[in-house]
Design a protein around this ligand. Structure first.
Ligand code: FES
Length: 158
């Protein structure tokens, strides 16, 4: 890791299913476990809600990496939401590769609500990966004055 990469403080968005990853993050917090402050959690009813544009939008607006954290395979409360989410994450990875970015900037995580320590380990590992990659060139702003994900969604005024 270069000195520049060590000083780089990334912005990482984690779209978290409220039934599993969000609850796991809550469990970690309740257990006084810590994870990098780079992680900005966006709660969702299910990761099936996370679409390709939303993931790319987060990156365009300052996220150096995006994690989509859903239920364990076969346990999605909406049957196939996490399966669709994984397919979308894989698709975004391919798109990133096609435009010359690292596919590792987006990651699918499967976790249960009881896995607080695992949540901490997963997101910490992801932040370290993003730190090693450095700032995302896709971000409109490389000066760390970033726009919160979702703040320019349809319905918001220009
Ligand atoms: Fe958790 Fe679908 S309900 S990923």
């Amino acid at each position: 890791m270069t000195t520049e990469a060590k000083e780089f403080e990334p912005e990482v968005v984690a779209f978290c299913c409220r039934h599993c990853a969000y609850s796991a993050a809550d469990l970690a917090g309740g257990g006084r476990m810590t994870y990098p402050c780079a992680i900005k959690i966006v709660e969702m009813p299910c990761t099936g809600r996370a679409n390709v544009l939303e993931i790319l939008h987060a990156m365009e607006n300052g996220a150096d990496g995006v994690a989509v954290a859903g239920c364990l395979p076969g346990t999605c409360h909406y049957i196939k939401g996490n399966t669709h989410a994984r397919q979308r994450v894989d698709h975004v990875s391919e798109l990133l590769t096609k435009i010359g970015l690292e596919e590792m900037r987006v990651r699918m995580i499967h976790i249960s609500a009881a896995m607080g320590a695992q949540f901490v380990a997963e997101v910490t590992n992801f932040v370290e990966t993003i730190k090693d990659l450095g700032p995302s060139p896709l971000s409109r702003d490389t000066g760390n004055a970033r726009v919160a994900p979702g703040s320019e969604h349809a319905g918001s005024k220009p």
